[in-house]
Design a protein around this ligand. Sequence first.
Ligand code: HEC
Ligand code: HEC
Length: 400
Amino acid sequence: MYKSYLKKIVSSSIVASVVLLGTTCNASSDDAKKVAKSSNSVGPAKAEVSDSVKRTYANGKKVIDGGVTYPIVNGKTGAYATNEKAHKAAVKFGKPATANEIKAWDIDVMPDGTGLPEGSGSVEDGEELYEEKCVSCHGDFGAGSGSYPKLTAGNAYEMQKTLTNQRVNGNDEGPKRTFGSYWPNASTLWWYIKTGMPHPAPMSLTDNEVYAISAYILNINEMEIDGELVEDEYVLNREKFLKIKMPNKDGFIPKIDGPKGPDNVRAFYDDVSNYGNGTRCMKNCFDGEAKVQKIKLAISDFTPPLSNEKSLPAAPKGAKTEHPGKAGYEKHCAICHGTDSMGAPVLGNKAAWTKVLKQGKDTVYSNAIHGKNGMPPKGGTSLADDKIKEIIDYMIEEAK
Ligand code: HEC
Ligand code: HEC
């Protein structure tokens, strides 16, 4: 659910997601557009590094990701750190996208109607298509089935009231995260269906079919367009689609769309009445009940920054530790003692080693150190006697 929610947020607002994901993405796509506008050249061109990127990486002080400022310590901000020491010259962005590449990726529909084609479709046709292509996963009348998302939770305007609790409670009183009650833009529905559904055959629907199915989804959410209820005989087209006002269009605060996005975020968090218990507090802030719900996987610590060096996890308690002679055996002795083709007592062969040990351990040590028939002195190594004994102890251990 969380994943689909995220995807929805991301797809519902490209601009917003870019700001959320960080200044780097923002800047690089700006770059791409800038370059694409100024030339149609294919192949590597000198990447312009925009001012915002320079600001982020050159002063070494701060990175702004959405509304949060992270400290940079040793050139790192966190798990996805850019290590400035390792990349002294500059951050490399690869080759700028060409105009055609951008065109191929640019298939979304924007809330202002950019990218939305002409076309039309009726609720009736939409219902038929839905029954044929969508009902198996999304259930009768969009009620959802199993873990497949609901496409409606009932009357969108009624459900929208649950959003008042949005930032305070994640319990049953929380928002119903369905298209009708939650999504801020209808445009997302159109291109989500067009490009992603039906799940097993994306891009298979015609524009008119997408209008018809969208009309049906508006219908089962009991929504209105321009004051008119989307009833069974309603026919949706581009012009009407652009008049859809989503019940939750103002529910996402702070507004992070547009160039003023980061300022909105700052202003939002500067105003303590927007969250928490409404008063600024630096000490013992939650005497009573904490009113803000914490994100379970919230990042809590950047200092000291995560290291690039990875060490093996400590062996669990009680785990069998490796015999100190094992490594030496593998390096110097396994070649002959791994099989019986040389006539050497094979590692782990109980019978062979019982026979060897009948001579007494000291003799065995001595034979191995000084050599015996096919056994070269010290196995052909120049290891210290103690090391050889350690390895023999390992071999004896393995035959127990
Ligand atoms: C084989 C199963 C399957 C079929 C058939 C299918 N979908 Fe989906 N649909 C999914 C899954 C799974 C998701 C969630 C995807 C995700 O979040 O990654 C989804 C998500 C959606 C969403 C977004 C819901 C939300 O709130 O996040 C819409 C809208 C949607 N589908 C519409 C349709 C339409 C319209 C059809 C028929 C043309 C259709 N789907 C057919 C599996 C299916
Ligand atoms: C070139 C092959 C070869 C290598 C390398 C080798 N061995 Fe051997 N080893 C033998 C053979 C063959 C025997 C059997 C000798 C016999 O009893 O005739 C043997 C016998 C032994 C025995 C039994 C001696 C006894 O008293 O019967 C020990 C202990 C032993 N090796 C330890 C080692 C150790 C420790 C190493 C590595 C440091 C090693 N070997 C490397 C071939 C090898």
